[in-house]
Design a protein around this ligand. Structure first.
Ligand code: PLP
Length: 285
């Protein structure tokens, strides 16, 4: 089966899928998205991703779409692909209309999806840890909405690659450490785990939420508070969380080793717990 796309109810090979040039997602970045992954033929945290998708659309006042219809389309595409370890993008734009900054009422949201095998993070990165740079956060003020406006994220990621690293970490004007280009961030300091609170400046990551739950179940002390680059660089362990990222150790930031420069025990333990939960849970089809 080739990699597939879904465009407003029709399924086709990805190369054949096109959208109209006056789609507002294309013209204005007026679209939202989700990325869901499956493990052994089951989609992980699908309902939580649909909750966030609905919230994103509500925050931008899109005309409502039936959640049941979206879920059905997701499951149909997933089943047809037959990929046990699939990565599925759901992208919804406000609609198609003659180009105009003003939003014309009554537009029909456009739904597209794509499905491919997950592009896995290399095993050696998971084992030995990744490297990162910090960059100034130049994104807009509503990073809590999962919009398709990913230019700052993309440029920051490329900057990290050009610097010979794996990813970039956004830091605010005031020096507050926020998140990765496609992941949330945790530090471990003196046995305490700390992550940025849920504000307009970070995405409320589903994996972040799962990891917080795993910490509580494992009696690990996890809190949400603001911290700066000194705390980041001085942490015992740092890791990123995300649907593709899962839970990825970061062992070097801005050229400085984190802790002893090796993957730490809490990161390793939480990664094992996350994998176990991902393998056990999921939407059966
Ligand atoms: N933060 C940003 C900016 C992201 O783009 C993502 C995922 O794409 C995340 C965090 C992690 O979110 P999730 O765990 O829901 O995949």
């Amino acid at each position: 089966m080739p990699d597939l796309a879904y465009v407003n109810g029709e399924i086709m090979p990805i190369e054949r899928a096109v959208v109209p040039i006056e789609d507002r997602g294309y013209q204005f970045g007026d679209g939202v998205y989700e990325f869901v992954a499956s493990y052994e033929g089951r989609l992980f945290m699908l309902e939580e991703h649909l909750d966030r998708l609905e919230r994103s659309m509500r925050e931008l006042a899109f005309d409502p779409i039936s959640r049941t219809d979206i879920r059905k389309a997701v499951l149909d595409l997933f089943t047809l692909s037959g990929y046990p370890r699939a990565g599925l993008y759901i992208q919804i734009s406000r609609g198609v209309a003659p180009r105009n900054h003003a939003i014309i009422p009554g537009m029909t949201p456009q739904i597209i999806m794509t499905i491919r095998p997950v592009a896995e993070i290399p095993v050696e990165k998971r084992k030995n840890g990744a490297t990162a740079i910090t960059v100034q956060d130049t994104r807009w003020g509503r990073c809590d909405i999962k919009t398709v406006q990913l230019l700052s994220n993309s440029l920051a990621k490329q900057k990290s690659l050009d610097a010979g690293c794996d990813d970039a970490i956004f830091v605010s004007d005031q020096g507050i450490v926020r998140e990765g280009t496609s992941s949330n961030l945790f530090i471990v300091s003196g046995g305490r785990l700390i992550t940025h609170p849920l504000t307009d400046n970070i995405l409320p990551g589903i994996t972040r939420m799962v990891v917080q739950g795993l910490c509580r179940d494992a009696d690990l002390n996890v809190e949400e508070s603001f911290f700066g680059t000194d705390a980041l660089l001085g942490a015992d362990e740092v890791f990123l969380t995300g649907t593709v990222t899962e839970l990825l150790p970061v062992v070097r930031i801005d050229g400085k080793s984190i802790g002893d420069g090796k993957v730490g025990p809490i990161t390793r333990r939480l990664y094992d717990l996350l994998r176990k939960q991902a393998m056990a849970d999921g939407t059966m089809i």
